[in-house]
Ligand binder design. Structure first.
Ligand code: NAD
Ligand code: DAU
Length: 356
């Protein structure tokens, strides 16, 4: 009988990670999926309630910044592959307190690389994607800001501007160094801004949905003219599936939806859709828009050229932005309990009692 492939997914209780775990657990019953997560404020097992109890899904609470804990997980699980999403992910938090970003995003990634290298060292076969793979999930923010037009290509030089993007850029470099030096089979993808269900309501879209619902101010940094390239989270998870199975070792793939929006235009669109859904007069929610002090070092524009993943691996986004936004708004409006629990820290109190 064929032995089930064991995939360790880090950060699987977070926003994107929970969509990746769900997709892999449901689509590949022949794999054993191990979700390693510290359960920070951004990680919630509630995000995975629908797959809890499935025989190919396992949860491990651990901190990737803790070298011994990572070694122990690798010794116990003996994963064949790693999909690494665990990170501190919010730019504003990185500006206020960068230290956690250095521990988790840099040291945590190096701990995982070392553990994979040590476990797989007898079998380093960089071209053998079927056997082992360290797949690192990264961001378009490593490329810096596109102030003068153009798109981010896989060959665009790194130019990170925030403590968050500097920590992600650093982790990308370590992943490539482990490939180059130790022949660890790796692949990296750099994605644009994600939106969709289960995103912690500190990021622009869920924050505004939450605040529109409760008639609170909608804080727009600066003039709201900064541009981001938005992708529905399930489409990112689908791209990760494609790259995991068909990507070439040592390669980088940019993921994005060719879907650029100014922040102010997104917030206005959210207001218009939600006025209708909440039976408010047209223009009512827009009154909540409040221009506030700009984010320090605020990158002006991100835009991904996703032609490589589209043409070489055949991936395409499945949803138009308006359709994705509608689905996202509907999800948040019908998941008030989730929203209240994540914003009040109720889940965290429960996990502390359960796991210590
Ligand atoms: P998130 O903040 O929603 O989730 C992060 C997860 O990592 C949480 O479950 C958290 O508990 C876990 N985690 C944090 N520190 C940990 C540690 N020390 N040990 C173990 N687990 C830890 O983040 P997200 O938005 O889902 O992003 C996931 C990954 O995708 C990150 O690597 C991020 O850089 C990258 N990314 C995010 C976006 C985006 O728009 N959100 C876009 C491109 C790339
Ligand atoms: O580009 C990918 C990145 O997208 C990911 O790597 C990050 O993990 C993810 O957090 C996201 O980073 P951003 O900083 O682009 O996302 P955020 O939702 O925080 O902000 C989006 C834009 O909206 C940005 O220009 C800042 C602005 N903004 C944000 C917030 C939270 C506001 O104007 N007001 C706000 O309250």
């Amino acid at each position: 009988m064929e032995v089930a492939k064991k995939i360790l997914i880090t950060g699987g209780a977070g926003f994107i990670g929970s969509h990746v775990v769900r997709l892999f657990v449901n689509k590949y019953p022949q794999y054993q999926i191990f979700n390693l997560d510290k359960l920070t404020y951004a990680g919630n097992l509630e995000n995975l309630m629908d797959i809890e109890g499935q025989s190919n899904y396992h949860f491990i609470r651990a901190d990737i910044a803790d070298e011994q804990a990572v070694k122990q997980v690798f010794a116990e699980v003996q994963p064949d592959a790693v999909i690494h999403l665990a990170a501190e992910s919010h730019v504003d938090r990185s500006i206020k307190d960068p230290t956690a970003f250095i521990y988790t995003n840099i040291i945590g990634t190096v701990n995982l690389l070392n553990a994979a290298k040590d476990l797989w060292k007898a079998e380093h076969r960089p071209d053998d994607l079927d056997k082992h793979l360290f797949y690192h999930i990264s961001t378009d923010e490593v490329y810096g800001s596109l102030d003068n037009g153009g798109f981010f290509l896989e060959t665009t030089p790194y130019d990170p501007q925030s403590p968050y993007s500097a920590s992600k850029a650093s982790s990308d470099h370590f992943v490539r160094a482990w490939h180059n030096t130790y022949k660890l089979p790796v692949v990296i993808s750099n994605c644009s801004n994600n939106y969709g269900p289960y995103q912690f309501p500190e990021k622009l879209i869920p924050l505004c949905i939450h605040n529109i619902t409760h008639e609170k101010p909608l804080p727009i940094y600066g003039k709201g003219e900064n541009i981001r390239d938005w992708l529905y989270v399930v489409d990112h998870a689908r791209a990760i599936d494609v790259i995991y199975h068909q990507g070439k070792t040592g390669e980088t793939y940019n993921i994005g939806g060719f879907n650029e929006w100014k922040n102010i235009d997104i917030v206005r669109l959210l207001c218009q859709i939600m006025d209708k859904k909440l039976n408010r007069a047209a223009g009512e929610s827009e009154k909540l828009i409040t221009f506030v002090k700009d984010r320090a070092g605020h990158d002006l524009r991100y835009a991904i050229d996703a032609n490589k993943v589209m043409h070489e691996l055949g991936w395409q986004p499945s949803l138009q932005f308006e359709e994705g936004l509608e689905k996202t708004i509907d999800w948040y409006l019908s998941n008030e309990v989730w929203l209240n629990n994540v914003t009040s820290g109720n889940y965290q109190k429960y996990y502390e009692e359960q796991y210590g």
